[in-house]
Design a protein around this ligand. Structure first.
Ligand code: DP6
Length: 379
């Protein structure tokens, strides 16, 4: 599929006026990382992630046709009509019950980036109401679940305008739109394992949207656990957007993109064979390679904290002393995602309580596991 397949050209707003749509959309954690992109949000390498379950954003989009967009005020086709209406996006945003002016620029940029593909947006006024299941200050990136949820709401509006679309197209276009808002968001629409980025060994993969891992996943990975240790609940000192930009002139960029694509080939086999030792080696190396890119960019920076390293060392000691398959991964921050098979839940949870919890801010951590993607909520 190409970009043009995602442009809605012919539509009518005759049977639509106002309403509301709600989506619950999970966060995701990358196993092979996306770090480096080209315009327009095209990743430099393929990435793969576990879709989460307990960490999600719930977003409601209330929509109302603008006065000047009502059929009696305009002439010609809907597309022509939209040329006549005001070209600013009219919306308010509430986060956890509070009006948030400072969230507006990000959403406005998102709407601008997607309007070519969803031209009907201009005809509406919106109120967006959003909340997260995890604390906003937790350092867990909410852009994947937040933008994912909003993209799905926009797609539900498109479906109301154009009911003929298939579920497969709906999900692809939701992922396509989400990608334009935040790359990792395109991996939050479905689950349990999503690949984003064109890769010769992943059938159907694309730079434009995320796809479900197309091969049979070994039972070892069913209901895999992710306990997120909240090491640093503060704001990140470097945003991922800036981090991605630093890959432009990075001395190791080429090698890194090659390494990531080769890790996709390896992890694809591992996910099918169930080889947990190989899984651990790829996932931990990916996490450290991501942070190595940050430490070797210009300017350089470190997002890990002393407690991040203490946790990593504890995990390595525990693994050496037991036959546990516990491992860690990191996103662009200090928090540690502790990954382990479902059957080790009890032992690993005990270990987390006795050895790792002390390194978390106010002993905070979140128990999550792999999920199946976003769901639409009927209110
Ligand atoms: C380290 O998706 O947040 O989490 O596309 O600029 O919004 P933008 O970046 P973003 O980057 C995520 C980077 C990462 C790795 C990953 O999720 O693959």
């Amino acid at each position: 599929m190409t970009e043009t397949d995602f442009i809605l050209n012919d539509f009518s707003l005759e049977n639509i006026s106002n309403g509301s749509i709600t989506w619950k959309t999970p966060s995701n954690i990358a196993l092979v990382k996306y770090w480096g992109k080209q315009e327009p949000q095209i990743p430099e390498n393929a990435s793969i992630s576990f879709t989460l379950d307990a960490c999600f954003t719930l977003t409601t989009l209330e929509y109302k046709l603008k006065e000047e967009s009502q059929p009696e005020h305009v002439s010609g086709s809907a597309v022509e009509m939209l040329k006549q209406v005001q070209h600013d996006h009219n919306f308010e945003i509430y986060f956890e019950g509070e009006k948030k002016e400072d969230f507006k620029p990000k959403i406005a940029t998102f709407f601008k980036r997607i309007e070519k593909h969803v031209p009907f947006l201009n005809a509406f006024e919106f109120v967006i109401k959003s909340e997260n299941s995890f604390p906003h200050s937790s350092g867990i990136a909410s852009s994947a679940s937040g933008i994912g949820a909003l993209a799905l709401c926009v797609m539900s509006l498109e479906k109301a305008i154009n009911p003929a679309m298939t579920d497969a197209y709906f999900n692809k276009k939701a992922s396509f739109l989400a990608r334009l808002g935040s790359g990792s968001a395109c991996r939050s629409i479905e689950g349990p394992l999503i690949v984003w980025g064109n890769h010769p060994e992943i059938e159907g993969s694309s730079d434009l949207f995320g796809v479900k891992f197309p091969y049979k996943i070994h039972d070892n990975f069913k209901n895999y656990q992710d306990t997120i240790l909240l090491v640093d609940e503060g704001e990140k000192q470097v945003s991922s957007t800036v981090g991605h930009q630093l890959m432009y002139n990075h001395p190791f960029a080429k090698q890194r993109f090659k390494q990531a694509n080769s890790n996709i080939s390896k992890i694809s086999k591992v996910l099918q064979s169930g080889d947990l030792s190989a899984f651990i080696a790829i996932v931990e190396s990916e996490a450290l390679s991501l942070h190595a890119m940050m430490m070797t960019s210009n300017p350089y920076f470190i997002l890990m904290k002393p407690n991040t390293l203490k946790i990593i060392n504890e995990i390595w000691d525990f693994r050496a002393q037991s036959n546990s398959n516990i491992c860690f991964t990191l996103d662009a921050g200090a928090n540690v995602h502790v990954l382990f098979p479902a059957k080790e839940k009890e032992t690993v949870n005990n270990f987390i309580k006795s050895n790792l919890m002390q390194f978390c801010q106010e002993n905070h951590y979140i128990c999550d596991s792999i999920g199946n993607g976003a769901i639409s909520i009927f209110k």
